[in-house]
Structures are given as structure tokens and as C-alpha cells.
Design a protein around this ligand. Sequence first.
Ligand SMILES: Cc1cc2nc3c(=O)[nH]c(=O)nc-3n(C[C@H](O)[C@H](O)[C@H](O)COP(=O)(O)OP(=O)(O)OC[C@H]3O[C@@H](n4cnc5c(N)ncnc54)[C@H](O)[C@@H]3O)c2cc1C
Length: 267
Amino acid sequence: MQILVLIKQVPEMEKVQFDAEKGRIDRKSAGVEVNPFDLNALEAAVKIREKLGGSVTALTMGPKRAESALKEAAARGADRVFLLTDKNFAGADTISTSAVLSAAARKLGDFDLIIAGEMSVDGDTAQVGPQTAQFLEINHAAYVSEITSVSENEITVNTSLWEANYSKTFNYPLLLTVTKDLNSPRLPSFKDKMKARKIEVEKLDYEAVKNQLQVKEVGFKGSPTWVENIVVPQKIERETKVYNKNETEKAIADLKEILAAKNLMEA
Ligand SMILES: Cc1cc2nc3c(=O)[nH]c(=O)nc-3n(C[C@H](O)[C@H](O)[C@H](O)COP(=O)(O)OP(=O)(O)OC[C@H]3O[C@@H](n4cnc5c(N)ncnc54)[C@H](O)[C@@H]3O)c2cc1C
């Protein structure tokens, strides 16, 4: 089974700051990590390889620093790792990202299965997986929360999107986007990490996809989306007052007073 996993490097969202003036994430304010859902995607791929044999390839499009995400993917079981990086790819929206990822997938081989995260924690659009399947003209199942059976010929998955759940069996080639309920990603051992340090991150630039995509179809030029305006929501400071157990009456009286002052209840 030849499996491709799409990996995105994202800022650590709980630490990252927003530059309100420039209207964008201040990427220097936090470290980077592999998009958490992509670890579930990788874990699923490695489990399938352990069962059926074959290989797991990890692919990311990003700047040079995204190599560390690929090294982590290798520590967690990817056999080969590829970085798509080129100045022509800069400024890509989700369509142009998906176009380049699908062109690279075609170039790298005949994958039976492509697995992506359900969404990224920074961009959050959940568009790249389905769009990549669309560019490759293959089926996809989004929000997969369980793989109930898998063989060399077919795979059965359950998907969960709010209350819209279904179970379906697919033949390959197929693209899945997966949720965090699918599995618990393994932690790489020290030995795995040491081995991954030595793995070669294979680079792909525009040359690798130029037979499939013109310069005007990639990066900023190939991106029909533009950002009109970004507004950072104002932080609302909340006042907290803590009462002791024996101050219930006072707490109720104070609350009534506050609500009455705001005309939310009669005094
Ligand atoms: C006008 C515009 C300009 C932009 N310019 C830039 C820019 O200059 N630099 C920049 O970093 N971003 C830029 N972005 C953001 C970039 O388009 C998105 O980060 C990217 O398309 C992924 O979208 P997402 O984060 O919503 O991923 P989602 O669709 O939510 O991700 C779903 C899954 O797709 C896969 N995936 C997503 N992105 C990648 C990737 N790059 N490589 C491999 N797999 C991936 C992962 O498996 C992920 O879990 C720009 C966006 C817009 C609209």
C-alpha cells in the first residue's frame, strides 16, 4: 500500500500573538509544531503500513524551516519525506496550495491512499484535503473518525461531522481527511528521533511541477482569494469577584444590584 500523508507546519496556537497593525500572525511570537490533526493522519498511515506493508511518504509545502516537521514525521514512522519549497509558491491560498500538492503527489508516484488532517489549526479552512482530491480527480471522505476495516482493495470508514455521520466502503485511489478521534498518535522514542535526524529531506521546487502547472497557477499569482481586511477581536476584560460559602446572600444582593444598574432586572 503506497500512502501519502499531507503535513502542515503551524505556529503553536496557544502561544502565538497577532500583529493587529499588520493584520497577520506574528510568527516570531511562538514556536512551530506539526498541525495536530496531521499526526492523526500519519498515525493512521503507519498503522495501515504495519498491517498491509508498503510505504508512507510525508509531503509538506512550506519554507525551509518546515524541514523540522518532516523530521518529526520521519521519527513517527514516515519512510520518505518531501519538502515543496520555492519562491514561486509563496503567497498561496488554499486552491494554489492544493494545486501544487496534487501536482507533487502525481509526480511522486501512484499513491493508493492520501491522508490529510481534517483542518489546520492556523488557517482552519478544511479545504486543502478535498481540493487536492478534486485536482487529482479521485474520491475523498472528509472528517473520518474511524477506519473499521482496511485491505489491499478497499477501506471502510466512519465519518463524523456534527450529526452527519456515515459509513462507507471505498476502493483506491482515495483521499481521507481525519479527525482527532481516529487514533492516539504514537510518541517517537529517542532512537526514532535519532534515526530521523539522519533522514534526507528531499526537496521539490517549481521545476518538479512545471510540466503540470504554469507559474501563473502557483503561489500568489495562482491564488484567486485575497484578504480584504483582518480585524482582531478586542479583548474583553472581565471582572471576577469571589465570595466565601457564607456570603451567598451578599453575592445575590450584589448581583441584583449589577443587573439592575444595567437595566437587566428591576431593582
Ligand atoms: C491570499 C492568501 C495568501 C496566503 N499567503 C500565504 C503565505 O504567503 N504563506 C503561508 O504560509 N500561507 C499563506 N496563506 C495561507 C495558506 O493558503 C494556507 O495556510 C494553506 O492553503 C492551507 O490552508 P489551511 O491552513 O486552511 O489548511 P486546511 O485546509 O485547514 O488543512 C487541511 C489539511 O491539509 C493539509 N495541508 C494544508 N496545508 C498544507 C501544506 N502547506 N502542505 C501540506 N499539507 C497541507 C494538512 O494535512 C491539513 O491538516 C495565504 C492564504 C491566502 C488566502
